[in-house]
Design a protein around this ligand. Structure first.
Ligand code: SF4
Ligand code: SF4
Ligand code: SF4
Length: 254
């Protein structure tokens, strides 16, 4: 009998919303599980890391490591996995927790906690600062249908190809008067990877770039245009929401 691929879902510090998306897929997700051997799914049950020679075919990691134990777990996951996939904006880009870095981590923690005894306050870092990541499934949260599409290839040992197209290409406002940019509102759709169905602009919200910026572009010119509409600090605040500001700074685009 053909060996079923072993897969596991691990959750580091996060809201676990990306794992909920999988549960929300209902039967479709359980059909996928029939084709694999599930080693761990931390939302359902946290089991101790399997002992011995496990070799997981695909590990999906949600969230990011805050505690030393989480860093150790992440490194162990990497060692035991053929393919390691970052799922969601926190794991891939630092996400909402990374706002703490931008706002000053000391200032932020004192705002939240009056007494700091025993409270860890590390710099927030996405998981590729600790281990090699083979593939990223973007979003906050991830898109369930997109997960299923990528998972099909991943469990066969293939790394899916992602076409680098922007949110605008799936947005009903593209080229219309209703586009936020036409209204001088700083929508990040033109520099953000598509795949969520432009859910925010469709629902009258700006895109804040939770799926990350397109590979191979330099958004400097686009951001300069946005700064004509809004103060630079406001644009930077928008880039901080989903942790993309540091990635943009690395491109020297701010
Ligand atoms: S990416 Fe969003 S939904 Fe997923 S774990 Fe992080 S905060 Fe939660
Ligand atoms: S994603 Fe934003 S900028 Fe792009 S077409 Fe839609 S509203 Fe306009
Ligand atoms: S529209 Fe932008 S912010 Fe909204 S889910 Fe898609 S990528 Fe994320």
């Amino acid at each position: 009998m053909k060996r079923k691929p072993k897969i596991a879902f691990f959750s580091l510090t996060s809201c676990e919303g990306c794992q909920f998306v999988l549960i929300d897929l209902g039967e479709k997700f359980f059909n996928l599980l029939k084709k694999v051997k599930l080693i761990d799914f931390s939302l359902i049950e946290e089991i101790p890391f399997p002992k011995g020679k496990v070799k997981i075919d695909v590990s999906f990691v949600e969230g990011l490591p805050i505690k030393k134990e989480e860093v150790r777990l992440l490194k162990k996951i990497r060692k035991e996995s053929k393919i390691l996939v970052a799922i969601g904006n926190c794991a891939a880009l630092g996400g909402i927790p990374e706002m703490k870095n931008y706002q000053g981590k000391e200032r932020t923690i004192r705002y939240i906690y009056k007494r700091l005894d025993g409270i860890l306050n590390p710099e927030i870092k996405e998981i590729d600062n600790f281990v090699k990541v083979d593939f990223v499934i973007s979003g906050c949260p991830i898109n369930g249908e997109e997960f299923l599409k990528f998972a099909k290839d991943l469990i066969k040992g293939k790394i899916p190809k992602i076409s680098q197209k922007p949110i605008c290409s799936e947005c009903p406002h593209q080229g219309k008067k209703t586009c936020f940019l036409k209204k001088r509102e700083p929508c990040l759709g033109p520099i953000t990877l598509r795949g969520c169905g432009a859910v925010c602009p469709k629902n009258s919200q700006l895109c804040y770039g939770c799926r990350g910026i397109l590979k191979g572009i330099n958004p400097k010119g686009f951001l300069e245009t946005l700064k004509k509409f809004k103060k630079p600090e406001e644009i930077e605040d928008n880039l901080e929401i989903f942790g993309i500001k540091d990635n943009i700074e690395k491109l020297k685009a701010l």
